[in-house]
Design a protein around this ligand. Structure first.
Ligand SMILES: CCCCCCCCCCCCC/C=C/C(=O)SCCNC(=O)CCNC(=O)[C@H](O)C(C)(C)COP(=O)(O)OP(=O)(O)OC[C@H]1O[C@@H](n2cnc3c(N)ncnc32)[C@H](O)[C@@H]1OP(=O)(O)O
Ligand SMILES: Cc1cc2nc3c(=O)[nH]c(=O)nc-3n(C[C@H](O)[C@H](O)[C@H](O)COP(=O)(O)OP(=O)(O)OC[C@H]3O[C@@H](n4cnc5c(N)ncnc54)[C@H](O)[C@@H]3O)c2cc1C
Length: 552
């Protein structure tokens, strides 16, 4: 984030002075925005940067404990620089949040510089490899030229020049949200590889009592735990590529002074970050649970994967807050529809359904499943819009009405995200089929798409049933399609996971190794336990023996 924000929002001189050394790891920076008192509400942060005209410097100051930077990765003991997000004041006048490059530690001794109070924030649920830190400033001075000034500027003498687009300084958060989609599917597909390989090795509970114990992967309920997660991970891998293409296009247009795509890019990044971390977190846990007791051992590495992905549910925009951002966008879009305004491509489906508010008769096509999700998302948006409007008409401010409509707004937002992923996945697979020479690969990918769409529609059936005339026969056909797609995926499941090509060292799991020797690896890992280094632990003489002899 430190490198990205300099390259995307720094001047050429700042890129030369800080960006290149940071990219080369000659300096190590962190992105210090969150404070102990504020994370979501960026505009509420309290660290100050006051411009001193006499010395042409900024004075960075932490006015109180709540203003201490808290959480930035690497800040505790690794970084020697930080991109500090602070409120800018010139002659006491507030000019919003800006970004300031601050050196924190001596480059030779790594000692904190004068006025810098810095340290580590303590043990976490996961991400043991990252030292999160705290940071307080006592009137630390930095040159004026250390404020990122590609967009907003402070000229010598203190004249402030406004950024051409107010949210440009949020673009690094958008970039990181896109990165997090990669992180989420990566964790999910690693967990799917571990759990699928283990399910092909583990034998348990004969299906016919006269038969030998089958591989647990042949229990259909086990397939229902594993295969939808493989489909989810591939869905985010493929739609994530589409998201990155949008991101690169947005950057190109920003470089040409065109900021119009930023709003849609923000919403796409919010949607995919929320859905991929939500599905990634619950998917890793479901895959762990699919391994029975052994899944509870840390040697399986599920806890590391879970710790990594569940953190991303919160950081870079807590998921509920990002859903509310999408909800805000949906209400704004629906308002524009009532005013007859033109829609951007991201909202084209809303315009289509607004103009033609009935859904076509059921058919078994995959595109119909996408239509079901779009129709439901549009009607959830309509309902939220109507209830919010009634609240405003009843005298509430727009903000109060939005808060009171928050539940429906987040539900509409999730469905907006689901239809985005479903339609992008369908589109990408359709394109891939045309370009693909391998018929076998086509049928595997098509079956994964089928599984993804059917399970997503079944997951949201309570909302779909509210707005569409789905019959019992239609529901039965969906259940049959689910069971058929699981059955079709069964012979390819292990090969698909092998195709993700995770090395044993990366999976780092006693259950997920390529050779499938799980019991030997479980036992080998147990033997390495410190508690097994001698037959009688020290605690026997110290505690257990006196306990056994005592008369409680
Ligand atoms: C093998 C693969 C490996 C990959 C490895 C990848 C690893 C990745 C690891 C990443 C590690 C990251 C570690 C974590 C870092 C952090 O957490 S950094 C801190 C992150 N903090 C946040 O994200 C804070 C979240 N809060 C916000 O973003 C904002 O406060 C808000 C919620 C968006 C609200 O902002 P505010 O300024 O109050 O705006 P609003 O009043 O709500 O809306 C005003 C308009 O602005 C529009 N808008 C908001 N944000 C953006 C944006 N980013 N871009 C464009 N536009 C934006 C918003 O839509 C409103 O528009 P209108 O409705 O038209 O007015
Ligand atoms: C592992 C990890 C690494 C991190 N790394 C960094 C980093 O490198 N740099 C950095 O700057 N920060 C970092 N963060 C901080 C992270 O960005 C914040 O934790 C995150 O933005 C959430 O803010 P918060 O913690 O203040 O939670 P809060 O915003 O206080 O959220 C608490 C609850 O309040 C709710 N809430 C908040 N606002 C609203 C609203 N408007 N409407 C409805 N509900 C709301 C939330 O939904 C949530 O349920 C990291 C955090 C973690 C966990």
């Amino acid at each position: 984030m430190f490198v990205d924000v300099i390259y995307s929002q720094g001047t050429p001189e700042q890129i030369e002075k800080f960006g290149k050394p940071a990219a080369n790891c000659n300096i190590i920076g962190t992105y210090a925005q969150t404070e102990i008192g504020h994370g979501t509400n960026v505009r509420g942060i309290e660290t100050r940067a006051d411009y001193d005209r006499a010395t042409d410097e900024f004075v960075l100051h932490t006015p109180n404990l709540q203003a201490y930077k808290w959480w930035p990765g690497g800040l505790g003991h690794t970084a020697n620089h930080a991109m500090v997000v602070a409120q800018l004041y010139i002659d006491g006048k507030h000019h919003g949040i800006q970004m300031f490059i601050v050196q924190l530690r001596d480059l030779e001794t790594h000692m904190p510089l004068p006025g810098v109070d810095i340290g580590e924030i303590g043990k976490k649920l996961g991400m043991a490899g990252v030292n999160q830190g705290f940071l307080g400033f006592k009137r630390v001075r930095i040159p004026r030229t250390n404020m990122l000034m590609r967009n907003a500027k402070v000229l010598p003498g203190g004249k402030f020049v406004q950024s051409p687009a107010s949210r440009l300084n949020y673009m690094t958060m958008v970039f990181t949200r896109c990165l997090i989609v990669n992180l989420s599917y990566d964790c999910l597909l690693q967990a799917a590889t571990i759990s699928t390989r283990y399910s092909a090795v583990r034998r348990q509970s004969p299906i016919n009592s006269s038969d030998p114990e089958p591989q647990i992967i042949d229990h259909v309920t086990q397939q229902q735990k594993l295969f939808p997660e493989i489909a989810n991970g591939i869905a985010y891998r493929i739609t994530g590529q589409h998201m990155w293409e949008l991101y690169e296009l947005t950057l190109k247009e920003i470089a040409n002074g065109d900021y119009t795509r930023m709003a849609d890019m923000h919403i796409v990044a919010c949607a995919l970050k929320v859905l991929s971390t939500t599905d990634g977190s619950f998917g890793v846990e479901r895959l762990r649970l699919a391994c029975g007791g052994h899944g509870y051992l840390t040697s399986t590495n599920f806890s590391t994967l879970y710790g990594n992905v569940i953190a991303a549910y919160t950081y870079e925009g807590e998921n509920t807050v990002l859903l509310l951002q999408i909800g805000r966008y949906l209400v704004k879009t629906w308002t524009q529809l009532t005013q007859g305004k033109k829609m951007s491509p991201l909202a084209a489906y809303l315009a289509e359904i607004y103009d033609k508010p009935e859904i076509a008769a059921w058919n078994d096509s995959r595109s119909y499943l996408v239509k079901l999700l779009q129709f439901t998302a549009a009607n959830k948006t309509r309902l939220a819009f109507e209830n919010l409007t009634n609240r405003v008409n009843g005298g509430q401010t727009l903000e109060e009405a939005s808060n009171n409509t928050g539940i429906e707004l987040t539900q509409a937002a999730e469905l907006h995200g689901r239809q985005f992923v479903a339609s992008a996945f369908l589109e990408q697979i359709t394109v891939a089929k045309k370009n693909q020479r391998s018929v076998a690969l086509n049928s595997v990918l098509e079956n994964i798409l089928e599984l993804y769409l059917v399970q997503t529609v079944l997951r949201h059936m309570n909302d779909i049933l509210r707005f569409t005339p789905i019959s019992d026969a239609n529901l039965r056909s969906l259940q049959n399609r689910l069971e058929l797609s699981l059955k079709k995926l069964r012979p390819d499941a292990v090969a698909i996971c092998d195709g993700f090509d995770y090395h044993d060292r990366v999976l780092n799991s006693t259950l997920g190794c390529y050779d499938g020797n799980v019991y030997e690896r479980l036992f080998e890992a147990a033997k390495k336990s410190p508690l097994n280094q001698k037959p009688v632990p020290d605690s026997f003489e110290k505690y257990l023996k006196p306990f056994l002899k005592s008369n409680l």
